[in-house]
Design a protein around this ligand. Sequence first.
Ligand SMILES: NC(=O)c1ccc[n+]([C@@H]2O[C@H](COP(=O)([O-])OP(=O)(O)OC[C@H]3O[C@@H](n4cnc5c(N)ncnc54)[C@H](OP(=O)(O)O)[C@@H]3O)[C@@H](O)[C@H]2O)c1
Length: 247
Amino acid sequence: MKILLLFILYAIALSASLARAGFRSRVKASPRISQKRPTRLLIVGATGGTGRQLVAQALERGYTVTALVRNPAKLKIEHSQLTVIQGDVLEYDSVEAAMRGQEAVLCALGHKRYFYPTRILSEGTQNILRAMETHGVQRLVCETSLGIGNSAGRMGLYYTLFVIPLILPFYFWDKARQEKLIAASEVEWVIVRPGVLTNRAKRGTYRHGPNVGNFIWTVNISRSDVAEFMLDQVTNDTYLRTATGVC
Ligand SMILES: NC(=O)c1ccc[n+]([C@@H]2O[C@H](COP(=O)([O-])OP(=O)(O)OC[C@H]3O[C@@H](n4cnc5c(N)ncnc54)[C@H](OP(=O)(O)O)[C@@H]3O)[C@@H](O)[C@H]2O)c1
């Protein structure tokens, strides 16, 4: 009983510190369409679940796409408007090479090193931001997660009290660092925080905004819907320089 109580206190304390560590929106978003129309996109994390959806949907929308991937064989998409660059987001030179000539960046970086302290997300994002500033690339749309900053607790009780404190504390700390770096940057950025990801087909309907999510029930969304929403943020200023949940 004592151990359970201690664990619940730890989970609440972790959630509170993730709330402080991540980005906290202060401004209310109002619907705005951007005047800019980028045509060339760099997609980081393109071989992942969300990343593959980003590549496929960006090509469908007519963008010229560059995918930065560690293993090109994993991408399994061929298209005349798609360039695949082999590289590692942790190696600045490969990020810079991929950044040349781009107009916007979509980042769906993730990994499975749940049980070790890691800085893959924050260091990778630092390299992306540095290369964007070097090449004058303005817009970054980055996928993080509900549960950070002012969305702490919004993944639902199961994630807040069990999954995040027990399995994902290092991962979420790094995500909080990643958000802080983005928020402190000079680029035009949008942080997209999804609920639990599924591989279901695209529905095209989802809720978004700083207050989505649920403090009790687990909320989810398909990776294809997240990709659609992220691509919308390339030409939409509604959530510019803010973080929005989507589920
Ligand atoms: N799973 C959930 O329920 C959930 C909920 C909310 C938010 N999220 C977050 O959403 C994001 C996307 O999740 P996902 O499941 O769609 O993605 P994923 O399948 O985990 O894919 C992650 C991508 O990042 C790439 N990557 C990792 N390290 C890299 C490196 N050093 N250099 C270049 N690329 C690298 C991976 O490449 P390789 O293919 O080479 O490994 C892969 O393409 C993640 O940040 C995740 O934490 C997930």
